[in-house]
Design a protein around this ligand. Structure first.
Ligand code: HEC
Length: 165
């Protein structure tokens, strides 16, 4: 007896069901889990710096693989906290310390000097009380980054941001 076409369709649907469910489980297993600091970075900083810390370097400096260099000099360490977008971010001091540790040690990959200390809530509170509001920021950054390149051999490409036309 010939099997009716509708029966083939029904059998096909039953056979396909586990495969579809299986795909869903696989997607769940591969889902990326973000830390709280990473989530805050994506929400508050990622719009300019890119969710992975990679941005068009002449418009916004890239952070990935380089942000840790700032921890090489005292003025570099202060600069990254005093930046208006950082010091005035809507975070309490403890959260800002976590976000900046994520930026410098995780996004920065191996660029932080091995002996560099992590930011603490107290340090961040003291530095962000002196934001870089009134200064010509570009000039200030050039001085800080030139110091990193000369004294710590940070990559000269960190000065690309300054070279935009
Ligand atoms: C509106 C765009 C914008 C947002 C939002 C922003 N930044 Fe930036 N960021 C910049 C720009 C532009 C610079 C370069 C300095 C300057 O000219 O302001 C910079 C510089 C930096 C630097 C120093 C890198 C360097 O090479 O000078 C760090 C670190 C940094 N930002 C972290 C953050 C963090 C963390 C946040 C979120 C709390 C954030 N930024 C939010 C645009 C932004």
């Amino acid at each position: 007896m010939a099997v009716k076409p509708w029966l083939w369709l029904a059998l096909g649907a039953i056979a396909a069901a586990p495969a579809i469910a299986g795909d869903n489980y696989a997607t769940e297993r591969n889902a990326v889990t973000l830390s709280p600091a990473q989530t805050q970075f994506i929400l508050r900083c990622g719009g300019c710096h890119g969710t992975l810390g990679v941005s068009p370097p002449r418009s916004v400096p890239s952070l990935r693989g380089v942000a840790g260099w700032f921890l090489c000099t005292p003025e570099g360490r202060e600069y990254v906290i005093r930046l208006p977008n950082v010091s005035r971010a809507q975070f309490d001091d403890a959260t800002l310390a976590q976000v900046m540790n994520f930026v410098t040690f995780d996004l920065g990959e191996r660029s932080a000097p091995p002996a560099a200390a992590r930011f603490t809530q107290a340090e961040v509170a003291a530095i962000r009380a002196r934001p870089l509001n009134a200064l010509p920021l570009r000039q200030f950054r050039r001085k800080v980054v030139t110091g990193l390149v000369r004294r710590c051999h940070a990559p000269a490409s960190m000065l690309d941001y300054d070279r935009r036309g």
